[in-house]
Design a protein around this ligand. Structure first.
Ligand code: 13P
Ligand code: SF4
Length: 314
C-alpha cells in the first residue's frame, strides 16, 4: 500500500507546511536563534511585537520569544491560540517580581502610580497603571505631570536610566536582567582600546557603569536603526548577541563586535531563556498546537487596561 505520510526535505519546509495548515503567524524577537529569526513572518522589539500580535488576522500566533511576550499576545488577542515553543522560556526580570511581594510594596505607597516594564508577568501587569517598553518609556514618563509619584518595576537599571533622562525620582523595584548585567566594564574598556574606531551602543537594561561608555542607548529596534543611520563602520554592541544577525543582514559592510562578559568572551551574555526555543520545538508546537498560553478572562481584563494605555500613549 502507498505510504501517504508527507515527507519533508528540511525542518524549515515542515514548519512552513504546518504554519499554512494552521493559519498561523510566527513572531520572533531579535534575541532568538538565527534560524528562528529567518523563518519568522515578523522580527521586532517588544513594542512592535505587541502591535503585530494585536492586529494579526492569523488564527494561531507562535511566539518565538519569552513567556511574558507570549502572554502579551494572548492578552491583546484573547480569541487566538497563542503558542510558545518552550513554556520554560521565562525572564530573570519577571522572576524577580512576584505578585504577592509587589502588591505589598504597591500598597505601602498608595500615593504612587505603577509603571511596569513589559518584562513582567500578567499578574504584575494587572497591578500596574501603565506598561512601558524600552522604546516608549521615556516619552510616556515625560508626558506625566512632574509631581506625579511613580513606582517603576521590575528593572532597576532601566529605571535608574529613565530617572536620569527624565529628571524623576521613581521608586525602583530591585530586578535585573541576567544578560545585560553580565557585561564587564573592564573588558568593555579593553575592547574599546583595541578598537578605538568603534562606537559603543547599549540597551538600557545595562547597568549605569556600562551605559556611561555608550555613544547610543536604545531598545533593540532603535539600536538597529542607529547602526544604519550612523556613518561609523564599527560598533561594539552591549545587548544580547543574537541581534547581530539582523545587524549583519541590514549592514553587511559594517563590523559588529559583541560587548564582552567578565571572562572576556561573549558567550555568557546569551539569554538562557530565549535559547530554550529551537526549530524542532517550533515545529512540534505547530504540529500539536501546544504548549499553549492560557490566562483567565479575569486576569486578561485587568492586564489589558495598562497595556492598551501603553499602545495609546506611544
Ligand atoms: P526590546 O526588544 O523591547 O528592546 O527588549 C529587550 C529585551 O530584553 C527583551 O527581553
Ligand atoms: Fe529577560 Fe534579559 Fe532574557 Fe530579555 S534578555 S528575556 S530581559 S533575561
Amino acid at each position: 500500500m502507498k505510504n501517504l505520510k508527507k515527507t519533508f526535505s528540511s525542518l524549515e519546509e515542515e514548519i512552513l507546511h504546518y504554519k499554512k495548515k494552521r493559519n498561523a503567524v510566527i513572531l520572533s524577537h531579535f534575541y532568538q536563534d538565527e534560524e528562528i529569526q529567518d523563518i519568522a513572518d515578523f522580527v521586532g522589539d517588544s513594542l512592535e511585537l505587541s502591535r503585530n500580535a494585536e492586529k494579526t488576522k492569523a488564527d494561531v500566533i507562535v511566539f518565538c520569544g519569552v513567556r511574558f511576550m507570549a502572554e502579551v499576545a494572548k492578552i491583546l488577542s484573547p480569541n487566538k491560540t497563542v503558542l510558545l515553543p518552550d513554556l520554560k522560556a521565562g525572564c530573570s526580570l519577571e522572576e524577580s517580581c512576584k505578585a504577592t511581594d509587589f502588591e505589598k510594596f504597591k500598597n505601602s505607597h498608595p500615593d504612587h502610580i505603577v509603571l511596569s516594564y513589559i518584562n513582567c508577568s500578567a499578574e504584575i501587569k494587572a497591578l500596574s497603571d501603565i506598561i512601558v517598553t524600552s522604546s516608549n518609556a521615556e516619552k510616556i514618563i515625560k508626558d506625566l505631570p512632574l509631581n506625579q509619584k511613580i513606582i517603576f518595576a521590575p528593572d532597576k537599571h532601566l529605571g535608574s536610566y529613565l530617572n536620569k533622562i527624565t529628571n524623576r525620582r521613581m521608586l525602583l523595584w530591585n530586578g535585573t536582567c541576567v544578560v545585560h548585567e553580565t557585561f564587564s566594564e573592564r573588558e568593555l574598556v579593553k575592547a574599546k582600546v583595541r578598537n578605538p574606531d568603534a562606537k559603543i551602543i547599549a540597551h538600557p537594561e545595562c547597568p549605569e557603569n556600562i551605559l556611561n561608555y555608550a555613544d547610543f542607548i536604545g531598545s533593540t529596534s532603535s539600536l538597529l536603526k542607529y547602526i544604519s543611520k550612523d556613518k561609523n563602520k564599527k560598533f561594539i554592541v552591549a545587548t544580547e548577541p543574537h541581534i547581530l544577525h539582523q545587524m549583519k543582514k541590514n549592514e553587511p559592510n559594517k563590523i559588529f563586535l559583541v560587548a564582552p562578559g567578565s571572562d572576556g568572551s561573549c558567550a555568557c551574555s546569551h539569554c538562557p531563556y530565549m535559547e530554550l526555543n529551537t526549530l524542532e520545538k517550533l515545529r512540534n508546537c505547530l504540529l500539536n498546537l501546544s504548549p499553549e498560553i492560557n490566562i483567565s478572562n479575569e486576569l486578561i481584563l485587568k492586564a489589558k487596561k495598562p497595556l492598551n494605555l501603553m499602545l495609546k500613549l506611544s
